[in-house]
Design a protein around this ligand. Sequence first.
Ligand SMILES: [Zn+2]
Length: 386
Amino acid sequence: MRVLLTKEQYPQKSTFCNLKTKSGFVLEDVENSAIHGTIDTPVVSFGLKNGFVTANKNRYFLYEETDKTKLKATSRYVWAHPKKSDDLIEWNGQKYPGSILCICENDTFSIINVLDSEIYVMSVLYCESCIDWDIEVQKTFAIMVRTYLVFRVIESRTQAKAGTRKWYDIKCTNAHQTYRGIHNHPKLEKATQKTSGLIITWGKKPIDARYDICCGGVKPNLLEGVANFEKAPYLARTQACTFCSKAKAFSWETIYPQKMFEEKIRSEFPKKKARGNLVSVSVSRTDKAGAVKEITIKWQKDTLKISGKKMYSLFKKIKSSLYDAFLDDRGIHFVGKGFGHHLGLCQWGAKEMVRQGYSYRDVLAFYYPHTSLMRLEIVSPASERN
Ligand SMILES: [Zn+2]
């Protein structure tokens, strides 16, 4: 499987990626694996020259084995493997198992980690879970993280078959799942092994296993415009989660100073008029679940309506879509419930369910109704070459 570590516009700087490993590297042209070169030093510094990848400032690193001065090829797609396959690769202060792909195309370059999916699951748990939590919770999360991965892999490879070439399966940020290189912890390793290959399915297919930190007690089936419930009925849970109600993340309040709030709104909507003093900020429309769909901001002479989605993206301290808003002497208050998008598994709720004696099967069945568990056949990493 392939994780996108970064994708950037073509840089002005000549070096874009420094990789380190103990044993040195074998470099391979992705499009023609017969072409390769080696770098004996533990560091390789990739750069760009006329749209081609350079290694240690040398564009022509893919030589004939017998004559090191003779160029075999240049490449836009270079795959760096450590000489010893179990050595880790260091990039940007993090250690990565497997190998790294450097891709230059369409005015962008991408750095992609190719690795074993079970090591990925264990490493994501380190970022997305809390190590102190019970192993049964970790097992629940391992199955969920693995399912989310498999769903994205299928999605990405289906797009590739349809003609959109995509080099990666999943992003390393919370746009998908947070992954920061390999992380070992005995409990996470055990949870991953004990659930090896298990995924959540609906209609014999992996589900889009969404999860958030705390659901805030909403009934997800009443949320509007957040998912296609016909395609994903397992996200339309009708029973509210009450397990997270005592968690710290359940309620939150944040205050933006009026000056900062108004500046942000004015810079975001420069063409909108905002004359006079700010009079009020209020939630003017919610869906049946209570999620904010529209906020109304009133000045003495003008009114501005902003979608809930836009507010969430503009004001980062708003933690969920379930909140109230008002203005007073201290600024604009947002008082809300939950942390995240309110869909799928609620992590604090799952923790509480396990504390009350529920198994990972019970927890998954509650948060993803109508689903079952299936075991994947683990495919060898060598198949990544195809
Ligand atoms: Zn909850």
